[in-house]
Design a protein. Structure first.
Length: 278
């Protein structure tokens, strides 16, 4: 699934490849992922349009066109973009494709068909569920320690749940939530109000450094945009493997319906009753 560092990479690549490029034709295979908030069809609205820019807003990726329209994509678990030349295959899960004027094609693929692509007038984003409800962008300069302290101060929830609340912090997914907590040496079920001032400061620093580390690693890997790059992660999906810091065995626990991966030695629970290892 694309998380923030993946989206930053995809945004940069698409920007590089698409700005100024013209769409010749639109092919739609899975209209179920499309939400057309216009009177026109996607095909007629976008044929002949040129890409203006590509932007990111939390977990959303936005493509804007020179005809005042925009397509806002929320890829959810499995949505991805893929650029192919005329001799390459798109692969499985194509939902729609833009045939570009330079003979390449931009495909949107989604095996699970859970993602959504909204086509609408540029700027009318209040119509998109959860778009305007995003919390502070954790990659923005406004995301300061003071802002983070103010957000976490009122919370009583588990710290992993807090990190993943997109109405507060935009946006941390499952993989990087685990990596951040590992970096900050906090057990995923720690309650926000159990954190000491120093824990909160460490956690803030971990959010910033881990997200930037993820962005750097994905950029270094230099894979095509449809490839999920996770080779660098230290605990996510590494159950029963040795902790890279202390060599103990990485464990998995359920945190409100989500799987969390952590090291029980580096990330001890604050109180005994929070141990619920299966
Ligand atoms: Zn460890």
């Amino acid at each position: 699934m694309p998380e923030l560092p993946d989206l930053v990479y995809i945004q940069d690549k698409l920007k590089e490849e698409l700005e100024g490029m013209k769409i010749e034709r639109v092919l739609i295979k899975e209209p179920i992922v499309l939400r057309v908030l216009l009177k026109e069809s996607v095909a007629s609205a976008l044929a002949g349009a040129r890409f203006k820019t590509v932007f990111r807003h939390g977990p959303f990726l936005g493509l804007t066109f020179d005809n005042q329209l925009a397509m806002i994509v929320h890829p959810m678990l499995a949505g991805k973009f893929k650029l192919t030349t005329d001799t390459q295959k798109a692969g499985r899960g194509v939902c729609f494709s833009f045939l570009l004027s330079d003979t390449r094609t931009l495909h949107y693929l989604d095996d699970k068909k859970m993602g959504k692509a909204y086509l609408l007038q540029s700027g009318n984003y209040a119509q998109i569920p959860r778009f305007e409800q995003q919390g502070i962008d954790i990659l923005s300069s406004g995301f300061t320690l003071e802002k983070f302290q103010a957000l976490i101060e009122k919370q009583r929830k588990q710290v992993r749940v807090f990190l993943m609340d997109q109405t507060l912090l935009s946006a941390i997914g499952n993989a990087y939530a685990d990596e951040i907590l590992f970096d900050a040496r906090l057990h995923p079920k720690t309650l926000c109000n159990q954190l000491a001032e120093q824990d909160v400061e460490n956690l803030y620093n971990s959010v910033v450094t881990v997200m930037n580390w993820g962005i750097r690693k994905i950029k270094q890997a230099g894979q095509p945009i449809e490839v999920k790059v996770r080779g660098h992660v230290k605990v996510r999906n590494r159950k029963d493997q040795p902790c890279p810091r202390c060599d103990s065995i990485i464990r998995r626990a359920g945190v409100l319906g989500y799987d969390a991966f952590f090291c029980p030695i580096c990330q001890p629970p604050k109180r005994k009753q929070f141990i619920e290892w299966k």
